[in-house]
Design a protein around this ligand. Structure first.
Ligand code: DC
Length: 232
């Protein structure tokens, strides 16, 4: 007797930075044999292109006019996700402090969001077997029909400590400054007009403040498995 392949499942994982979104999403996708999409990396990639092409990131009109120019391609293997801009590997440059400080302004421009949202939907639609998509507006705007929506939260202190840990060794870090920058970026991402960072009404909220990464992964894997079981 043939065993049926597990049905394709679409999982949306949203939340502010430092909640363990990327690590959780990658691990859940790898464990369950799903594809993985980091939508923050796409907004960072378009921001990096704007900076390297001399576009004023404080000028929404200039950003809107240029938004369709870069060719952004995301590789969705959770073991080795990739991001290229016009064929160039952008995985390193998109993590610099300069990009991090400018990405909220660029990603708030409606024309940028329309283009990137279309790209995200086409990647999700062609992901055989299903996909975990992480971001800020996946459950609310990009994939409102996702099979499972998770919204990760954590206290600002825990989030700043995790971000500092990630940055250590790469750039000079200071916990208070990291916390301040993170709160500022979240406020910009939550306060923008077009598809702000928000919890979907039907999302499951998981507060990760007191949880280890393994506990968060286990919690999300269980939720996905329950969804899959309920559909068979
Ligand atoms: O997840 P991240 O920190 O790499 O995301 C970088 C920025 O991209 C974040 O500050 C807001 C923006 N972003 C967004 O507006 N919508 C998404 N779905 C994902 C990220």
């Amino acid at each position: 007797m043939e065993t049926a392949a597990p049905s394709a499942v679409i999982v949306a994982i949203d939340g502010p930075s430092g909640t363990g979104k990327s690590s959780t999403s990658k691990a859940v996708a790898a464990k369950l044999g799903l594809r993985y999409l980091d939508t923050g990396a796409q907004y960072r990639a378009i921001t990096w292109w704007m900076i390297t092409n001399g576009i004023d990131t404080d000028d929404p009109h200039a950003i809107a006019v240029a938004a369709g120019k870069p060719g952004i391609v995301s590789g969705t293997d959770p073991a080795a996700p990739t991001i290229t801009v016009d064929g160039l590997d952008a995985s390193g440059p998109i993590r610099t402090q300069e990009v991090t400080s400018k990405v909220s302004a660029v990603s708030a421009v409606p024309e940028v969001r329309t283009l990137i949202t279309e790209l995200q939907r086409s990647i999700a639609a062609s992901a055989e077997g299903g996909i975990v998509v992480e971001g800020r507006d996946i459950g609310t705007t990009v994939l409102p029909d996702a099979d499972l929506k998770i919204f990760l939260t954590a206290s600002p202190e825990a989030r700043a400590a995790r971000r500092s840990g990630e940055l250590r060794g790469k750039e000079a870090t200071d916990l208070a400054a990291t916390k301040e920058a993170l709160i500022k970026r979240d406020a910009a991402d939550s306060g923008r007009k077009t598809s702000p960072l928000a919890k979907a009404g039907d999302a499951v909220e998981v507060d990760t403040t007191e949880l280890t990464l393994d506990q968060v992964i286990e919690c999300v894997v269980t939720l996905v498995e329950e969804k899959r079981a309920a559909r068979t």
